[in-house]
Write a protein that binds this ligand. Structure first.
Ligand code: PMP
Ligand code: GLN
Length: 386
């Protein structure tokens, strides 16, 4: 019998719920991905580059033209100059970047602080490095960092803290003042950061994303991760990047070169072309997704779900206490999928200890208008608890 390296890990909730949606024919608002295509020019560029023979390995660090576009975007968005050669690495997906950053820093016995609810790839990656996650719960309603809890969780073994803003699944945002507070808290400690900013361009209501890239003190100890999948509506391309100071990047690349060596070549060419030709794409993204959030939330107003509009990401949490307070969120998600034809993600699976009595499920609004209308119609028909 093989001895499992991840004895407590099952199949991820995203696979479970997407499969159930497919089996039952439910509208899939569970796993986060758009049900519309990325820009035509971007898709055309892939075909062009495949036809032009860009089909062999790219450089291990990523296509130079794409790394330069990433650096240019960072300069425009955050006023930060990064060296495309020494600080930007293209990876096959943000998940791989996070995995490599964890392997770069974490030695057996090290502790990594994660904030619950936390994205499900972090903990297995830490465990495979021989480390241990210390879970700090975010605020129950605002999903903000509890500074006392964070300070209490830091020990001499703490080697890393993983931030995620805009936050999946809550949509909460970390502020610049909070980044300052974090910098003060860890100033004299040997602690590194991963800043998972895959939803960096999905920030609404005129708010500016507080990136670790724009925080020099934190950046010096950080791996900042993003995903072309979210920004260009192509999650299936599994192409992302990690930005880190040169010394950290050099160590990360030692690992990245033996995990995957490089990302997919024609996709990198296409992304580089598109980014050069359409720098406005990222500027238009907040309004594009805010319109979807607002349409969906307006349609849900008459429903029996309660919610506050999210500040970022393409997920909306909704509270179902008025509908089925008797069900935990996993059972609620199953019930909604099977009985009401809308698949959702329960958020308790992102906690080490789910808060007692929390009644929240996550809905993905990265969908066409007709999908959102059909889903909202079904959601509005779910009756109040008698
Ligand atoms: N981090 C978070 C918070 C995410 O939601 C996702 C998207 N699934 C990822 C990382 C991974 O991104 P990618 O698909 O590029 O691996
Ligand atoms: N990040 C996506 C979500 O939160 C899913 C990614 C995946 O399926 N691994 O839904």
């Amino acid at each position: 019998m093989i001895t499992s390296k991840l004895p407590n890990v099952g199949t991820t909730i995203f696979t479970v719920m997407s499969q159930l949606a497919a089996q039952t024919g439910a509208i899939n608002l569970s796993q986060g991905f758009p049900d519309f295509d990325g820009p035509q020019a971007l898709r055309d560029a892939v075909g062009r580059h495949i036809a032009d023979g860009h089909n062999q390995y790219s450089p291990m660090t990523g296509l130079p033209a794409l790394r330069q576009q990433v650096a240019a975007k960072i300069a425009r968005s955050y006023g930060k100059q990064v060296d495309a050669d020494g600080e930007v690495t293209i990876t096959p997906g943000a998940t791989q970047a996070i995995f490599c950053a964890i392997q770069t820093v974490i030695h057996p016995g090290d502790e990594v602080i994660v904030f619950d609810p936390c994205y499900d790839s972090y903990e297995p990656s830490v465990e495979l490095a021989g480390g241990r996650c210390v879970h700090v719960q975010l605020g129950l309603n605002d999903f903000a960092i509890d500074w006392q809890k964070l300070a209490d969780a830091i020990t001499p073994r703490t080697r890393m803290i993983i931030l995620n803003s805009p936050h999946n699944p809550s949509g909460a945002l970390i502020t610049r003042a909070e980044l300052d507070q974090l910098a003060a808290l860890i100033a004299n400690r040997d602690i590194y950061l991963i800043s998972d900013e895959v939803y960096e361009h999905l920030v609404f209501d005129g708010v500016k994303h507080a990136s670790v890239l724009a925080h020099e003190e934190l950046y010096q100890r950080a791996f900042v991760v993003s995903s072309f999948g979210k920004t260009y509506h192509v999650t299936g391309w599994k192409t992302g990047y990690v930005v880190a100071p040169p010394a950290l990047t050099a160590e990360l690349r030692k690992i990245h070169q033996y995990v995957s060596f490089c990302g997919v070549t024609p996709l990198q060419y296409a992304l580089a072309d598109f980014m050069a030709e359409h720098p406005e794409h990222v500027e238009e993204l907040p309004a594009f997704y805010q319109a979807k959030r607002d349409l969906f939330c307006d349609l849900l107003e008459p429903s029996n779900f309660s919610f506050e509009r999210v500040g970022g990401t393409y997920f909306q949490l909704v509270d179902y206490s008025k509908i089925r307070p008797d069900l935990n969120d996993v059972d609620m998600s199953l019930w909604m999928t099977r009985e009401h034809g809308v698949a959702t993600i329960p958020i308790s699976v992102f906690y080490q200890e789910p808060p007692h009595g929390q009644r929240l499920v996550r809905l993905c609004f990265a969908k066409r208008e007709d999908t959102l209308r059909q889903a909202a119609e079904k959601l509005c028909m779910i009756k109040r608890y008698a």
